[in-house]
Design a protein. Sequence first.
Length: 417
Amino acid sequence: MSKHKITGGIDVGNGYVKAALRGLDGRAEKFDIPSGVALVTGAVDLPTPDSAASDVLAAGIFNELDVTFASSLVPSTHRHLFGRRALKAQTPRFEEFDVVSGISKAEQSLAKVLILGLFAGKAVSDHVAKTGSLPDETLEVEARVALALPIDEYREHRFGYQESFKEGVHLVTVLNFETPVIVRIIFVDVQVAAEGASAQFAIRQHGVTLIDSMLEDVRAKGQPLEGITGQDIHDATSTVGIDIGEGTVNFPVFSDAKFNGDASRTFDKGYGTVLLNSLTPLKRAKLPFNSRKALADYLLSTPSPLKRAEHAKVAAIVSEQAALFSEQVVEEFRKILAEVGRDTEVVYVFGGGSGSVREFLHPLLLEVVPEGTPVLFLDVSYSRHLNREGLLIAATLVEESANKAAPAKGAAKLVAA
């Protein structure tokens, strides 16, 4: 049985999974995939030839995965297609996160499907990169991972979520090729953090250099922050984060450089709510979209000259909803300021949905923060990955600590014997 050790930080968002997995070569492979899977009941009819495995895996397997599960975490025995392949699949069932009913991400099997599938894909990819061919035996993975939950869910579900992965063995069969590959996954360590808190942890761990670049970007967008240095920001011990995701906005609060779970909270709406609330007025305007994902893709596209007027009309309708959403976010933020505003030194705004509401949210925040408090509205190009970076750092620190302790434990046993 071929053995692999894989350590990862996986930020499972309602819209996208942002993952970093480090395997055989010691390098962290970082990638994003949509947070959804297509379920297929039929057998694989056109598998990729085994001889093409090296080329296919070198191009990236995570957006093309085709897997089944034998695990207590996954009730479905159907094939699961991942990433862009799932979005293009002609199948009646596409599974994405339920962001309406209030069910915790920790209670939805999709989170486990995505995490197990990514570890399996990484193991197969690493094996082929090293040997040049698919394995002829089961791959065994010793897995370490750090995950995150929205703050309110973190309070209630972190221990159960953590332990669920560590219970038993999880088998994943990768069906992309002519020869199915079985991956046997055992989790030796699982860390669970609060969303947003892991992002601020990453900012501190990366140090003043990252903060200097953040300040440069913020100043370039019109906020002077005169007399404030990167070291000043780094040394701040009382901060509030505003992490805008697709399904939630998390407000992680740090007091005296420690996560303040009592003051932190989750607002159960996100940028996905903006898109969802835009669908009805768009339909009235005879500009219908089938889903919030279809609308999001459209807004990101560059229109042709003939479609510019239509694109501008769609964007204007969405902007109306973004403005209303921003007002709601500020009202939630006011509640936090009522508790910790006097001590707050820095406010960070980040997350995948932050860039789309910046025009409306930033000026509103500047109106309500105590005078002189920096509001660092971070560029979405890197801020959407900060939770992932913090999670990978956390998983790595635990791994390094375990590796240092292992020889000492061995020596103690030897002496005792």
